[in-house]
Design a protein around this ligand. Structure first.
Ligand code: SF4
Ligand code: FES
Length: 257
């Protein structure tokens, strides 16, 4: 199949960007989207031109680095699919495909399709961890966890931090990402000790990075390649509300008055 690509090219963070048109001939249906771009890049290099810069690492849907918007949809819009897992059989001979980077102020473009997503790292640094001493690896079944809690934690832990939820949101909200991380840890006994501190700090870090607020349009859930549910945002809001109430409650005085 022969395709036409319209790709965002931007030399560096400060240079203005523009769409550039390339031809992608002889694309095989079993190629992944990134393999198709690899071939386009090999042809560009052979012609002495600058290859298209894009991020990728695992190429099996688990690292979250292959962030790009395809035909206006983060990761291309196929259910539960990252760009690296998207195959060219979904396209047709003669198609024109528009490829852009994530577009959100907290994710500035570094070059072509690569954005700086370290804002997510800083949110994790603010609280997305367990720092209390949980001891060595416990024996299996020594720490009973209800099946429903384990399932909730696993569903939330599926988040790969790709940022598609932000890219798809008209407010550039990071609520789905933060909610997944907060919910994952709050559901498990190891994460309960710090749950209030965690949610307060992570939400503050999210706001400080300039992400917008959630207006529940559901666009994040629709594009999330790990199908992280909007329910986690409700769960985080409950965590946050409880933490605010607990932290604003008057402390009993030592004299008991
Ligand atoms: S919630 Fe989904 S879309 Fe957002 S960062 Fe996690 S995996 Fe990506
Ligand atoms: S390259 Fe790792 S998720 Fe796509």
């Amino acid at each position: 199949m022969n395709l036409t690509l319209k790709v965002w090219r931007q030399k560096d963070a400060r240079a203005p960007g523009r769409m550039v048109t390339y031809q992608a001939p002889d694309v095989l249906p079993d190629m992944s989207f990134l393999e198709m771009l690899d071939v386009v890049n090999e042809n560009l290099i052979a012609k002495g031109e600058e290859p298209i810069a894009f991020d990728s690492d695992c190429r099996e849907g688990i690292c979250g680095t292959c962030s790009m918007v395809i035909n206006g949809k983060a990761h291309g819009g196929w259910t539960g699919t990252t760009v690296c897992q998207l195959h060219m059989r979904h396209f047709h001979d003669g198609d024109t495909i528009v490829i852009e980077p994530w577009r959100a102020r907290p994710f500035p473009i570094l070059k072509d399709l690569i954005t700086d997503r370290t804002a997510f790292d800083r949110i994790i640094q603010a609280g997305g961890f367990v720092s209390v001493n949980t001891g060595g690896t416990p024996d299996a079944n020594a720490l009973p966890i209800a099946k429903s809690d384990a399932d909730t934690a696993m569903d939330a832990a599926a988040c790969i931090g790709c940022g598609a939820c932000v890219a798809a949101c008209k407010n550039a909200s990071a609520m789905l990402f933060v909610a997944a991380k907060v919910s994952h840890l709050a559901a498990l006994p190891q994460g309960k000790v710090e749950r209030e501190r965690r949610v307060l700090r992570m939400v503050k870090a999210m706001d400080n990075e300039g992400f917008g607020n959630c207006t529940v349009t559901g666009s994040c859930e629709a594009v999330c390649p790990k199908e992280v549910s909007l329910d986690f945002i409700a769960r985080m809001n409950r965590e946050y509300g409880k933490a605010i109430l607990k932290n604003s409650a008057p402390r009993p005085s030592k004299s008991g008055n």
